[in-house]
Design a binder for this molecule. Structure first.
Ligand SMILES: Nc1nc2c(ncn2[C@@H]2O[C@H](COP(=O)(O)OP(=O)(O)OP(=O)(O)O)[C@@H](O)[C@H]2O)c(=O)[nH]1
Ligand SMILES: [Mg+2]
Length: 393
């Protein structure tokens, strides 16, 4: 009850400021154009109906799509009828609908049409009907008609996950030019926010800040789970944890920082989809608060043997698949801009190392075929060794 009240109270405040509801899923009825009539007397063939085609466009959002087709109905053009003076009718016009990059297109029965991940990629969702011809007794056929779901998953390099109030939006704000709302109550962030980290050499890395997760998020408690799909396509995750732990309200138990790490691990595991196999960094925040150093000592001890120590927690908090953190950091996002800068640098390094590592899978395949590229493997192995020796823990 208290939980619901908090949620409604917060959503009211933030929605007042927002510029429209963020849509990350949209249903549309799409209809291919009907074929034109043939001409039985002269054997004329009607034009084919137009197709409905979705094309990825980086400028689009699902809100803009809805603005373009407010009735959620998309119809391609009719094929032209065959006439005595013009026996072959023209084909109907295709309806080309620009959609955001990063969408998956499904039928409402769950059949996938495809993913549109890069600008200009396209998918035909409804084909136009055949024009009238002898095989159709010169009748034009109806076009395909189907309900489709456009499911948006943001494409960001890095995804921020954590309990509410941990400082995720504060980190996004200080590391990028994004201006997410930051406030001292849970569920300040109600929809995913994207920020771009800019580097001196013009490299840009995108980071997604998601609404906070809570225990039981996989059972649809809170807001976080609904948005977890947005980290499916990220290359790197940051678990952001408050050194003081998390307490939803006085009616709920205080979760110690180690418990919040395990619980985040568990929620992601229950969400599934191999999210836990992504490289993950742990950032422990709010080190400027009272008693933080003491708490950090304890947390560090527990984390140094994470796999064993999570088994000491109550069963409900235990993930089956303990995550391996690539690196663990502690910092104060709010008080230590230098640490934030170093983190930005580290993030870049991690992304590069993992990109190299992914690429290194190719030569490994070829090795099996007898073609060895040992030089590259050595370079990557060296990079990984250097990298692991720079870990905090
Ligand atoms: N003392 C201290 N407070 C911090 C720090 N970082 C963030 N905060 C505060 O923690 C509170 C929550 O910060 P947010 O950035 O809104 O947290 P969030 O994780 O985005 O929260 P949700 O959007 O609710 O999930 C705010 O009052 C921040 O000012 C820090 O390093 N030190
Ligand atoms: Mg936030």
């Amino acid at each position: 009850m208290v939980f619901c009240t908090v949620l409604r109270f917060c959503s009211k405040k933030t929605r007042g400021k927002s510029t429209g509801k963020f849509i990350d899923s949209l249903r549309l009825m799409v209809r291919g154009g009907p074929g034109g009539m043939g001409h039985p007397k002269y054997g004329g063939v009607g034009g084919r109906g137009g197709n409905v085609i979705l094309v990825a466009d980086e400028e689009m959002t699902l809100n803009k799509v809805l603005h373009k087709v407010p009735a959620r109905l998309v119809k391609a053009g009719e094929g032209e009828n065959s006439h005595a003076h013009r026996l072959c009718g023209d084909n109907g016009a295709d309806f080309i609908l620009p959609v955001p990059t990063g969408i998956s297109v499904f039928s409402t029965t769950g059949v996938k049409f495809g993913d549109l991940n890069k600008a200009d990629e396209q998918v035909i969702v409804a084909k136009g009907g055949l024009g009238g011809q002898p095989a159709t007794q010169f009748n034009g056929l109806k076009g395909e008609e189907i309900k489709v779901v456009l499911d948006l998953k943001l494409i960001a390099d890095i995804g921020l996950v954590g309990f509410p109030n941990a400082g995720k939006s504060s980190l996004l704000k200080s590391i990028s030019r994004a201006k997410p709302r930051v406030a001292a109550y849970p569920f300040t962030t109600l929809k995913p926010q994207l920020g771009v980290i800019m580097y001196d050499d013009f490299r840009q890395i995108t980071m997604a800040d998601l609404p906070g997760l809570i225990e039981g998020a996989h059972q649809n408690r809170g807001l976080g789970h609904r948005f977890l799909k947005h980290i499916e396509r990220t290359k790197l995750l940051i678990f952001l944890v408050d050194i003081n732990g998390f307490q939803l309200s006085h009616e709920y138990p205080l979760r110690q920082p180690f418990e919040t790490v395990a619980l985040l691990n568990k929620e992601l595991e229950l969400y599934g989809k191999e999210i836990l196999s992504k490289p993950t960094l742990l950032v422990v925040n709010k080190m400027d608060t009272e008693g933080a150093e003491e708490k950090w000592k304890k947390l560090k001890d527990l984390l140094s043997n994470y796999k064993e120590n999570i088994r000491l927690l109550p069963k409900v908090m235990q993930p089956q698949q303990p995550i391996t953190f690539d690196e663990i950091w502690n910092m104060s996002v709010q008080q230590d801009p230098e640490a934030v800068r170093t983190l930005a640098f580290k993030l870049r390094q991690h992304l590069d190392i993992h990109a190299d590592y992914e690429r290194s899978q190719l030569p490994i395949q070829q090795i099996e075929d007898g073609i060895k590229d040992m030089k590259q493997r050595h370079q990557i192995q060296n990079a990984l060794t250097e990298h692991s020796s720079s870990k905090l823990m």
